[in-house]
Design a protein around this ligand. Structure first.
Ligand code: ARG
Length: 466
């Protein structure tokens, strides 16, 4: 069955049907399609196209169709050769409720607005699911941070030891990146939350449809403002693909760090058996495959983003069949996003930090050098000179294999008379951490405040719908 045909003399080529059909993937939209069609039936009822009894009958039949598809998809979709899911639903309706009722369903409605509506309904549901999964990941990060106590590790720039930081502070950095993604997801929801029905194929419906009532029936926050725009707008999909990519980019950075940190060379982290794999040949191996896949799938997600952006670039107004190419990327992105958030959560939950290795590394590599320079600056030495002096101390320390805590006051004084007895405390381990109590810094009190703030924000997110 086709929803068009009167104008054509010859049937479609088999190749064209195969090439252009979307049922294989847009069947995901079946529930949304049924929901949208039921609301449309009531909109038609309000203007006298369907009687109340007919509207009731069509909606019941539509719901039964959705129920059948859910109960046994294999049987439901078996042999279906329809052009897309919208056509399939109409055909099933005709088979079930009689052609008379099914034939009226497209009164004043185009598939262009229908596909936009379906995708918006579906995407809103996916975004809520992603928000819940993201909350769970944020919870795992925060719990790990709350357990961290005074544990320190080196903070890195250029992947070289820079300054020691609290492990809790490090975990909260990832919390913040993902918290921003939470905001992005909420904005995606808003973008999708505009109801396009009533736009017609492109020029606005020729029937006096009450769009506001329809929007309320479908639980949308607003109606789309311009019918031409509504027919060809996929910004809401593009924004979702960007947001999903952004989550992946963030997770790929955590993944890269933790792959390194859990390596024999670093030894900072022990990954759980639950998220690692062995080797078919080398019995000793415990490989961080879950993290590698988070990193690897990021490329695929960015591919989806670029694919849709490229499809939209230069696309003439309004609807063009090119837009059908939005579906496979967005379906895959939503599925991968959910999977990634779920696995990242298990990784965070099952990872244990190794105190000895982290602390030894944080104390090594002259990570106290900045503190030493700041000590001199606080004792009247201009910072540029203090920097130079400490640079020479570090050079001497490396040349004589003398670690910071092995230096005596006399040895330090050879470099600057501004050093006093109390400087020896500054050379111990990760003592510098305690000096960074600015808001947002790694000082223990600043981090305790940040933990409380993160807990308060997360609780609010956990109890809100979005
Ligand atoms: N399968 C189409 C899509 O995904 C549905 C809309 C078809 N509209 C049309 N004018 N051919 O975009």
């Amino acid at each position: 069955m086709k929803l068009w045909g009167g104008r054509f003399e010859k049937p479609s080529a088999k190749q064209f049907e195969e090439f252009a059909g979307s049922l294989a993937f847009d069947r995901k939209l079946l529930d949304a399609d049924v929901e949208g069609s039921c609301a449309w039936v009531h909109a038609l009822e309000r203007i006298g196209i369907y009687s109340a009894a007919e509207a009731e009958q069509v909606c019941r039949a539509l719901e039964a169709i959705a129920g059948e598809a859910r109960a046994n998809p294999a049987v439901f979709f078996e042999g279906a050769a329809d052009e897309d899911v919208h056509t399939l639903v109409i055909r099933k309706l005709a088979e079930r409720g009689g052609a008379g009722l099914a034939d009226k369903l497209h009164t004043g409605r185009s598939r262009n607005e229908q596909v936009s509506l379906d995708l918006r309904i579906w995407l809103k549901g996916e975004i809520l699911g992603a928000q819940a999964a993201l909350n769970a990941l944020l919870e795992a990060l925060l719990e790990q941070a709350e357990r961290a106590g005074d544990l320190v590790l080196p903070g890195y720039t250029h992947l070289r030891r820079a300054q020691p930081v609290l492990w809790a502070h490090y975990l909260l950095a990832h919390f913040e990146m993902l918290a921003r993604d939470r905001g992005r997801l909420a904005r995606c929801y808003q973008a999708a939350d505009a109801m396009p029905l009533g736009s017609g194929a492109l020029a606005g419906s020729g029937l006096p449809i009450d769009r506001e009532a329809l929007s309320r029936d479908l639980g949308f926050a607003a109606i789309t403002r311009n019918s031409l725009d509504a027919a060809g707008d996929r910004d809401f999909v593009l924004e979702f693909l960007f947001t999903a990519s952004c989550v992946f980019v963030h997770l790929s950075r955590l993944a890269e760090d933790w792959i390194l940190y859990s390596s024999e060379e670093f030894g900072f982290l022990q990954l759980g058996d639950e998220v690692t794999s062995g080797s078919s040949l080398m019995p000793q191996k415990k490989n961080p495959d879950s993290l590698e896949l988070l990193r690897g799938k990021t490329g695929r997600m960015l591919g989806h983003l670029v694919a849709l952006a490229t499809t939209l670039k230069g696309l003439p107004l309004t609807y063009n069949r090119d837009l059908q190419e939005d579906k496979e990327p967005v379906f895959d992105a939503a599925e991968q996003l959910l999977g990634a958030l779920a696995i990242a959560r298990v990784v965070v939950e099952t990872t244990t930090p190794c105190r000895a290795a982290m602390e030894a590394a944080a104390a090594g590599g002259w990570a106290c050098a900045t503190d030493l320079a700041e000590y001199l600056a606080l004792h009247g030495v201009p910072f540029r000179r203090a920097h130079e002096t400490v640079g020479r101390i570090v050079r001497a320390g490396l040349a004589h294999d003398r670690a910071p805590e092995q230096w005596t006051l006399e040895q330090l004084r050879e470099f600057s008379p501004a050093f006093d007895e109390d400087v020896l405390e500054w050379l111990k381990g990760a003592a510098g951490v305690a000096r960074r109590e600015v808001p947002g810094g790694t000082g223990p009190r600043a981090v305790a405040a940040a933990l409380q703030d993160a807990r308060r924000r997360l609780s609010a997110w956990q109890s809100s719908k979005q």
